[in-house]
Ligand binder design. Structure first.
Ligand SMILES: O=C[C@H](O)COP(=O)(O)O
Length: 250
């Protein structure tokens, strides 16, 4: 049975002091929810976040990792380093990594394999750009992103995968995919996974929507049958907004 998940990707925001304040507020206000709640602070604050949340149900996850075990990769972070501080879920393939840091499907496939090889959970992000949607190429693009990075995996690996569909044109723009557009794509993603594997795997994987989810649109987006929660950017930086979005999970 797939789980509902609300994850906050803090991106390059919040220094240590600000991280502690936001986490304290989130812990204090966290409602009873059936959603798994995750936060992804920046690398330098992960360890402090894990310590601060050790008696909370909020999970601390990483925004990225390198595929190599260790070695001469200045500025990079390995799976072992994350595991060593108690972080065992990692976001891979965020559109900002793809756009600003040249992460290709090939690199992302290696990262996915490296994380799964360490028994980590992977939140894999993907989604089309505006031009793809305008030219009605969005289904093709999404299908190829999934195929290139994930469809060589053994079926057994899928219990460790969470998907986050994030249309690039909706990220940080205030423009959201309509609930119908999100549902249409999420249903397509499940059909694509059914074709590549089987319906059991497709129905068990959580598919989150990301892209300008806010307190005022979360209920409608999350009400769609194939939307299992959200990957939240800007609104995850404000405790009351993030809590309201968690509360939007039915
Ligand atoms: O990782 C989160 C997404 O990029 C969404 O960001 P946003 O909610 O600020 O649009």
């Amino acid at each position: 049975m797939r789980s509902k998940i609300v994850a906050g990707n803090w991106k390059m925001n919040k220094n240590l002091a600000e991280t502690e304040v936001l986490l304290a507020e989130l812990s204090a206000k966290l409602p009873d929810t059936k959603a798994e709640v995750m936060v992804a602070p920046t690398f330098v604050n992960l360890s402090a976040a894990v310590d601060q949340l050790k008696s909370s149900s909020i999970e601390v996850v990483a925004q990225n990792m390198h595929f190599a075990e260790n070695g001469a990769y200045t500025g990079e972070i390995s799976a072992n380093m994350l595991l060593g501080i108690g972080v065992d879920t990692v976001i891979i393939g965020h559109s900002e990594r793809r756009a600003y840091f040249g992460e290709t499907d090939e690199i992302l496939a290696k990262k996915v394999v490296a994380a799964l090889g360490k028994n980590m959970r992977v939140m894999f992000c993907f989604g089309e750009e505006l031009e793809d949607r305008k030219s009605s190429n969005h289904f093709k693009i999404v299908e190829s992103q999934l195929k290139n990075a994930l469809f060589s995996l053994d079926a057994s690996a899928w219990s460790k995968i969470i998907l986050a569909y994030e249309p690039v044109w909706a990220i940080g723009t205030g423009e959201t995919a309509s609930p119908e557009q999100a549902q249409e794509m999420h249903a397509f993603i499940r059909k694509t996974i059914t074709n590549a594997y089987d319906a059991g795997i497709a129905n068990n994987v959580s598919i989150l929507y990301g892209g300008s989810v806010k307190p005022n649109n979360a209920v409608e987006i999350f009400s769609k049958p194939d939307v299992d929660g959200g990957l939240i950017g800007g609104a995850a930086l404000v405790a009351d907004d993030f809590i309201a979005i968690i509360n939007a999970i039915a």
